[in-house]
Design a protein around this ligand. Structure first.
Ligand SMILES: [Zn+2]
Length: 615
């Protein structure tokens, strides 16, 4: 099934200049605004709306009509804001050297700050009104019913809001709260001195984090990988007591905030926003730790295939076979669409429309932002930024971002604006599932033994990296925070021992522990800038694994699972994420859901073993 666009001009080999890239590989932003003049008009409209919103302050107590006015105006502004923001912002990302675009983008950011301020009266003013009164209004004014979930959720969070004096103290303390993270960035980037190392090839490189990752993934000489590992961790080791003291600051801050707001633990405080029970994280950690056997099996297999005298964490990323196949973007689009067949023809048709209507900015060019994303431009359609370089990773990144975009399309189309946004807790489910479908599709068709090995390794590394490693991280965060909660000391030695202990519990003797591997905790920015965040990668992964298994099972099971899954994508943010997933048939508080990932890894390792034995 080739799409008609394929007969046009060929893709650029390695185009650096944007103007040399054919239009069909560049996104078409005319769908957002026809011109800068049209953008300017919308910008002015937004500005006026913000001023009007501020005038509603003090009116809510007058009754249901006023509350409805405020909700509706806020929704109008929100919708407009997406298009006003993304028009300059997406263009800027294709050339970040463009100062005029940057200025327009900043102009919108300044307007957004004013918008936040203009809307800040709403929550406290609504919360002044007793919930029973508001519930009565909802009964009397049917148009308000739409907002029930938003209102109930706001009052639910009220439980941990303090009185005026308390809130004032909390807001005064918020300036201090970011100090450990700010200092972490300064110490680990601006002030860090990464050393030069000379590799076996004779080249001398400075081991920044990017360089470290590249060496681990490409250098077949183990001694090169070890050198890079020692170089980067040595940099953290040199300031380890300072890192420990900053991390103590993080744990103590979280514990202060949790206690001040009346939570029993830091975990409870972190999960309350999305209404996630703490048992989800505890179940995730407990079940995964008990299910580490396939993880160890995989690393024992790697040790054997790589044939190294001792096997370390710096040997995790080197591919088991050399494989240089290039994947043409046009071919890949067809595969991604075909791979989505279990989700139905309508789903596939929408996907194909996205691929052929210039929603995607495909290739790299000078000044373009790195990485990949899907931008949910409400009122238009999602746009995707890629930096496609024909590698297998790029193939899966394309499927991943398309998964996000399909989620956006279905949720924007099915939900009113107020619930059109999905939470991070479910966001990575469709992207992961989209990759899983593509993997099975490619495995079923690939006849090249090396490619099959690389595909299986890709899938396995996804599980070890996105699931096991993130659970180990969550486990570490929980143990470290518990030290603070139990009034125990937190020092560099204690944190390093905690991390080393975790490595032993997860990997057992499958991996040899380098003396520096225990200080990895100092290198992970998430620990310092967003505690209790990474577990969501693992829960999304487990949810996607569970759903993918059912969707690919065939028969009635698959049809039923597909319907539940598409309903999840259409649900946007209309309920608490745990509820949404439960309706989709995924209960994250049960060990079974997590065990699905353990089983999946076990199966993939067996398949990899078989492929390797055949060689
Ligand atoms: Zn993603």
């Amino acid at each position: 099934m080739a799409s008609e666009t394929l007969t046009h001009d060929a893709p650029p080999a390695r185009s650096r200049r944007r103007e040399d890239i054919p239009d069909r590989f560049k996104w078409n932003l005319i769908d957002i605004f026809e011109s800068w003049d049209a953008w300017q008009v919308a910008y002015a409209q937004l500005e006026q709306g913000i001023a009007r919103y501020a005038t509603l302050k003090g009116t809510l107590a007058q009754g249901p009509d006023k509350l409805l006015d405020a909700f509706r105006l806020s929704e109008d502004l929100g919708q407009l804001a997406y298009r006003v923001w993304y028009f300059p912002s997406l263009q800027y990302d294709t050339d970040q050297r463009d100062n005029a675009l940057n200025a327009r983008r900043q102009q919108v950011q300044i307007l957004f700050a004013r918008m936040n301020q203009a809307e800040s009266w709403f929550n406290p003013e609504l919360l002044q009104i007793p919930l029973d009164t508001v519930r009565d209004w909802i009964r009397r004014e049917p148009a308000l019913q739409l907002y029930t979930f938003a209102i109930e959720n706001l009052y639910r969070q009220q439980e941990h809001v303090l009185d005026d004096a308390g809130e004032r103290l909390m807001s005064l303390s918020s300036r201090l709260a970011s100090a450990p993270n700010d200092a972490y960035w300064a110490l680990s980037t601006a002030d860090a001195k990464f050393p030069d190392v000379t590799l076996s090839s004779g080249e001398t490189v400075t081991v920044s984090y990017g360089q470290y990752r590249a060496i681990l993934a490409t250098r077949r000489e183990q001694s090169d990988r070890e050198k890079a590992f020692v170089a980067i961790h040595g940099t953290y080791q040199a300031s380890l007591n300072t890192y420990a003291s900053l991390y103590t600051g993080v744990c103590q801050r979280d514990w202060f905030q949790a206690r001040a707001r009346g939570y029993k633990t830091t975990l409870e405080a972190a999960l309350h926003g999305d209404n996630i029970p703490t048992s989800v994280v505890e179940n995730l950690i407990g079940t995964t730790r008990a299910g580490a056997a396939p993880l160890r099996r995989y690393h024992r297999l790697r040790r054997r295939v790589l044939n190294v005298p001792s096997y370390h964490v710096y040997d995790f990323s080197i591919p088991l076979v050399t494989f240089e196949k290039k994947y043409q973007y046009d071919d890949v689009l067809d595969w991604i669409v075909d791979a989505a067949a279990p989700l139905g023809p309508e789903y596939q048709a929408r996907m194909r429309a996205g691929f052929s209507n210039r929603w995607i900015d495909v290739y790299e060019n000078e000044g373009k932002r790195s990485g990949a994303y899907s931008a949910p431009v409400y009122g238009t359609h999602p746009y995707m930024l890629l930096n496609y370089t024909d590698t297998l990773d790029d193939v899966f990144t394309t499927a991943h971002e398309m998964g996000h975009s399909m989620h956006t399309i279905l949720s924007h189309q099915s939900q009113p604006f107020i619930y059109s946004n999905y939470t991070i807790f479910v966001a990575e489910v469709p992207s992961t599932l989209s990759e899983a479908l593509l993997l099975e599709y490619m495995l079923a068709r690939s006849t090249d033994p090396a490619e099959r090995i690389v595909l299986l390794q890709h899938a396995i590394d996804n599980i070890t990296g996105t699931f096991y490693t993130q659970v180990l991280f969550a486990d570490y965060e929980l143990r470290a925070h518990r030290l603070a909660e139990e009034d125990k000391p937190i020092t560099a030695d204690i944190l390093t021992d905690t991390y080393t202990q975790l490595l032993k519990e997860y990997y057992d003797d499958a991996v040899d522990l380098h003396p520096l591997s225990g200080i990895t905790w100092a290198r992970i920015p998430h620990f310092f800038n967003s505690p209790y965040y990474v577990y969501q990668y693992a829960t999304c992964f487990a949810s996607a694994a569970r759903l993918a298994k059912e969707i690919m099972a065939g028969g009635d099971v698959a049809r039923d699972a597909r319907d539940r899954y598409l309903a999840l994508l259409r649900a946007g943010g209309n309920d608490y994420p745990m509820e949404q997933l439960r309706k989709a048939g995924v209960d994250l508080s049960l060990p079974d859901t997590v065990l699905a990932v353990v089983d999946q890894l076990d199966d993939l390792v067996t398949r990899l073993e078989r492929e390797l034995d055949r060689r």
